[in-house]
Design a protein around this ligand. Structure first.
Ligand code: NAD
Length: 362
């Protein structure tokens, strides 16, 4: 398979392309052809800027686009409304008008903050995603969810807002720490579990090459992941139904992230453990057999991901954190569970006693 791909997310007048391949940030027209005005603001962070800001600046210079940049502090703990205000301050001080474009250069944290700021600045300006982590290339840059955290809950302030394009350059993954690569693989595995059993088997066969950052295997995994996400988002852009299956493991995972403090567990690590817990509850419900749970655990372990929750987390802490999950309606927590490998459902129809067993025994 060639390692360069273009995919389209078809959402009517909010449709956009996803470019996947190696060296894409050094192709200026890919970026500049999606900028309508004469100004841009690059939003990045202090880790990514020294690595890749230059490439984006060169592209903007080549097209004569005026730009500013902001380097946020690095970390989930900075995914806050204060970071949004700092970006808006630069936009206003530097007189960026409604024709400006925000360029998110970094992982999911930068993308979520920049996208949310774009959605509210002067009631909405364009933005482009240049994701540089595996997690952001396969998940957060696609689908239009943007937002920041509140101390009482993750992603509680946000908007649905689609980018103009996504440029996923696999060569940027060469500098990604191994732990972050693994966290991204958790979301890749998720697509196999919820939607595509044959992709799950492909991952089982190719996991060691992916862990070694084989470029063409990564491009293929990103392609299938983005195709799956696009297919689901096209059916349900605002998550009134099927889109929620993309949150497999996230209800448990968000509870772990919130309780342990943002940044201690990586998002992908919390999702990995959450997926094992979702498998456990599905098994207790009698919907899957133990081989599915075992295959999930075994694949996650091969990615050096955690498969059990922090030992000091109690049932009450889960219940408190899950009570403010966005999938909780009128006090009933909805879970994404598996009916089979490759088939997920959104349900509140589970036995609460079995949930308690999962929380206490996982
Ligand atoms: N919007 C969505 O649909 C969606 C979906 C999933 C996750 N998310 C959000 O995404 C965030 C997690 O994203 P993430 O895993 O990308 O974390 P991240 O943005 O914190 O990036 C992880 C780390 O890698 C560094 N980094 C980024 N690119 C690098 C590179 N190429 N080389 C070296 N270091 C690099 C970052 O500076 C950071 O330290 C969470 O806030 C989560 O809630 C959003």
């Amino acid at each position: 398979m060639a390692s360069n791909h273009t995919l389209s997310v078809d959402l009517g007048d909010r449709s956009y392309p996803i470019y996947i391949g190696s060296g894409l940030i050094h192709q200026p027209e890919l970026l500049t052809s999606h900028i309508r005005g004469h100004s841009a603001l690059i939003v990045t962070n202090t880790t990514v800027a020294p690595l890749y800001l230059n490439a984006i600046e060169n592209s903007l210079n080549s097209a004569g686009i005026r730009y500013n940049s902001i380097k946020l502090d690095d970390g989930e703990q900075y995914k806050t409304i204060e970071s949004v205000m700092a970006i808006i301050e630069i936009l206003l001080t530097e007189r960026h008008d409604r024709q400006t474009t925000l360029i998110a250069l970094g992982g999911g944290v930068v993308g979520d903050i920049a996208g949310f700021t774009a959605s509210i600045y002067q009631r909405g300006v364009h933005f482009i995603q240049v994701p540089t982590t595996l997690l952001s290339q396969v998940d957060s840059s696609v689908g239009g969810k943007t937002g920041v955290n509140h101390p009482l809950g993750k992603n509680m302030i946000g908007a649905f807002y689609q980018p103009q394009c996504v440029i996923a350059d696999t060569s940027t993954l060469s500098t990604l720490p191994d732990r972050e690569l693994s966290a991204g693989l958790a979301e890749v595995i998720k697509y196999g579990l919820i939607y595509d059993a044959s992709f799950f088997s492909w991952l089982e066969q190719n996991i060691s090459g992916l862990m070694q950052k084989d470029n063409s295997l990564l491009a293929e995994a990103i392609l299938v992941s983005c195709q799956t996400k696009a297919e689901i988002v096209q059916q349900d852009e605002r998550e009134s139904g099927i889109r929620a299956i993309l949150n497999l493991g996230h209800t448990f995972g968000h509870a772990i992230e919130t309780t342990m403090g943002y940044g201690n567990w990586l998002h992908g690590e919390a999702v990995a453990t959450g997926m094992v817990m979702a498998c456990d509850l599905s098994l207790r419900q009698g919907w899957i057999d133990d081989s599915v749970r075992q295959r999930c655990i075994s694949l996650l372990k091969k990615c050096s991901l955690p498969v059990s929750p922090p030992p000091d987390m109690g049932i009450d802490q889960y219940m408190d954190a899950m009570a403010i999950d966005k999938k909780t309606v009128n006090g009933t927590i909805k879970f994404i569970l598996l009916e089979a490998l490759g088939k997920a459902i959104v349900t509140s129809d589970y036995d609460p006693e079995l949930l308690v067993q999962t929380l206490s025994e996982c």
